[in-house]
Design a binder for this molecule. Structure first.
Ligand SMILES: [Zn+2]
Length: 298
């Protein structure tokens, strides 16, 4: 399912294919992809020049040389594809932006959870969902202090809170599962009880996981990990419950939080962190008793 790295990939493609181009024809099919907007609004993009393509969390924002903007979300299965003038229309094409040279950028989406909204740019920027997004997890990554503040008021599981786009924008099930594994934090721990040292590790882990996934995607085509069994799952723990932990070989387990399945390592991501998990946690432990160092799982 598309998260920040996959949406950034789509942004780069759209910028390459349409940046500076005048849209010769814009057409959307009568599907729920245009909910909240309309086919007529989409058709109005014809004759307008694309000035930039931006990403805000998991949303795409296309700017034109006038007041209109196109807001796009890839949902679960959405992607943009370029078809040269001689090429056939891809399956599940739901909307199309045609260039002057006859090449067509298709928005294809088998399951139609994605969205395309055309409206005045000021309106798109001032309203939900864009106005409600937290800082972008890649372009405006919060510092450990900023993230600590955002987590401090939240009692829900850290897994759930990190997927909340108003806390931080761009992360989904894959990136959060990977980042929590890298940071050695159990997914169901309360967000407001994550220690300062763990939050520092978490910030680094989010950066590492995003950078790794961003580097995996290049060229003009992308395949999502859920789409086909033909590609190997490239993630460390996401979707790998039952397999050995890549760090300690303990069997990875799964757990459902807020309706989404998380894979985690019960040894590397203990529910009750001690000692090595950060100065605050260590202080709490020292105050209570003096556990033997050997009890801390690495
Ligand atoms: Zn492990």
């Amino acid at each position: 399912m598309p998260e920040l790295p996959e949406v950034e990939f789509a942004r780069g493609c759209l910028e390459r294919w349409l940046g500076g181009e005048v849209i010769a024809k814009a057409e959307a099919d009568p599907t729920r992809v245009v909910r909240g907007s309309s086919r007529a609004a989409f058709a109005k993009l014809a004759g307008r020049r694309v000035t930039s393509v931006e990403r805000r969390g998991k949303w795409l924002l296309m700017r034109f040389d006038d007041e209109l903007g196109l807001l796009g979300h890839l949902g679960m299965t959405g992607k943009f594809e370029l078809a040269k003038p001689s090429e056939a229309e891809p399956r599940w094409s739901r909307a199309r932006l045609e260039r002057a040279d006859g090449a067509v950028v298709h928005y294809r989406d088998p399951r139609q959870f994605g969205r395309l909204v055309v409206a005045p740019l000021a309106e798109l920027l001032d309203q939900a969902p864009i106005a409600e997004l937290g800082p972008d997890a890649w372009m405006a990554a919060p510092t450990p202090t900023e993230l600590a503040l955002r987590l401090s008021r939240r009692k829900r599981p850290i897994k759930d809170v990190l997927m909340d786009q108003t806390v931080m924008a761009g992360l989904g099930n894959i990136q959060v599962t990977e980042a929590l594994f890298l940071a050695r934090i159990h997914p169901s721990r309360r967000a407001d009880r994550i220690a300062a040292g763990e939050i520092r590790r978490l910030c680094r882990a989010i950066r590492t996981s995003l950078a790794r996934t961003l580097a995996m995607n290049s060229g003009d085509k992308i395949t999502y990990v859920e789409e086909t069994k033909r590609i190997e799952n490239p993630f460390r723990v996401y979707g790998k419950a039952g397999a050995p932990c890549p760090r300690c070989s303990t069997t990875l387990r799964k757990l459902t939080i807020a309706g989404r399945t998380s894979a985690f390592c019960p040894s590397c991501q203990p529910r009750k962190p001690i000692g090595p998990d950060g100065p605050q946690a260590a202080r709490r432990v020292r105050r209570k008793a003096t556990p033997s160092r050997g009890s801390a799982k690495a």
